[in-house]
Ligand binder design. Structure first.
Ligand code: HEC
Length: 113
């Protein structure tokens, strides 16, 4: 009986702490930044054209270039695929959630990390 009570107490404690660390994350979200959030999108969706050493278009796989071009990047990924200048060229439009990451990155101040 005592064993069961101890086990239950331990279990409750574990669940409690998991819940706490989870809500902590929600309370202080890390701002959208280039290294964590933007670079993976560029590496996946703008390759090979905008990857240094792979494509011959402006490299966007470095922080400064992406930051300097954030307005142009946003404008182009928000276009419709039939419009002139749409990016990613020759691909489907990016999902809204992906476009939102870039928009949030700009809003949060185009942080590097
Ligand atoms: C299949 C190749 C290809 C892919 C993939 C591609 N682009 Fe492009 N991109 C081009 C070409 C070609 C141009 C130049 C023609 C133009 O300006 O429309 C260009 C131009 C641009 C420019 C203007 C920069 C400049 O040189 O002045 C931006 C910004 C851009 N692309 C962003 C993106 C982003 C962001 C992605 C990924 C979401 C992407 N592109 C994916 C081919 C590509």
């Amino acid at each position: 009986m005592r064993k069961i009570v101890t086990t239950l107490l331990l279990l409750t404690a574990v669940l409690f702490f998991q819940f706490c660390s989870h809500s902590k994350k929600l309370a202080a979200p890390v701002a959208v930044n280039y290294q964590t959030n933007v670079l993976p999108i560029i590496q996946t969706s703008c390759t090979p054209c905008h990857i240094a050493g792979k494509g011959n278009k402006k490299s966007l796989d470095n922080y400064l270039a992406a930051k300097d071009n954030v307005d142009e990047i946003l404008a182009r990924i928000q276009k419709n695929p039939t419009e002139k200048g749409f990016m990613p060229a020759m691909h489907d439009k990016l999902p809204d959630a992906t476009i939102a990451v870039i928009a949030d990155w700009k809003k949060a101040g185009t942080l590097e990390k």
